[in-house]
Design a protein around this ligand. Sequence first.
Ligand code: ADP
Ligand code: MG
Length: 236
Amino acid sequence: MDAGPDGGTGAGSDGGSGGGLDTAFFVAWLEEAAGEIARQRDRLTELDAAIGDADHGTNLDRGFSEVLRALRETPPASPAQALTTAGATLIRRVGGASGPLYGSAFRQMGKALEMIGAPGAAVTPAALAEAFGTGVVAVERLGKAAAGDKTMIDALAPASRALSKAVRDGLETPQALERAAQAAAEGARATVPMTARRGRASYLGERSVGHEDPGAASAALIVAALAAAASRTAAG
Ligand code: ADP
Ligand code: MG
């Protein structure tokens, strides 16, 4: 494979310039996400114990470990390939609703990047924002969920809007991703008073009120990992 100019050049490259996000940045994103999910596995599982079946942390930890393994086995040659590999792995390896949902999001993001730019080329912040939006739409379609249903959408959709706005406003990439991370965290917190209308938690009806949605919590970690990857690849 031809990892070419992307391979290993993440340090000091495009994290902060707005000039483009390379393959190393997207691998760093997935690594940061996997690390944070592993560290917060028990918290995610406890959230799921309250309104679901107590498997969200273990589901995702297993899935993202498999993603890292897949990326090591077949180092991606482009940002799009990093994301489609992650998506396919999550769909295959994660039991539960969240696997196909996150898997489709990553896969559709990858496909969107393939359509937007030349394969292998670095991704502009605007293209990342557009692809992220495509990923959120994939979750909405597959899950038939909308904002306010107390799902991962309640973190992902505000993050997508914040990212698009920040890019339009001309913020530097790390700041734009930080805005997205903040919006996702606020979105996750905002699920606490909601009544679940989709997924397993919806079986509880009103009894789901008062608990943070586990998928919204993990979505906030995954978006925060984008910001972490930007500072890591920019800071070297
Ligand atoms: P399961 O509910 O099958 O045990 P997980 O525990 O891994 O799967 O994931 C649960 C999370 O998945 C929920 O907290 C919610 O955020 C998300 N989720 C479940 N169903 C849907 C859906 N239809 N649309 C969007 N998100 C959903
Ligand atoms: Mg569960």
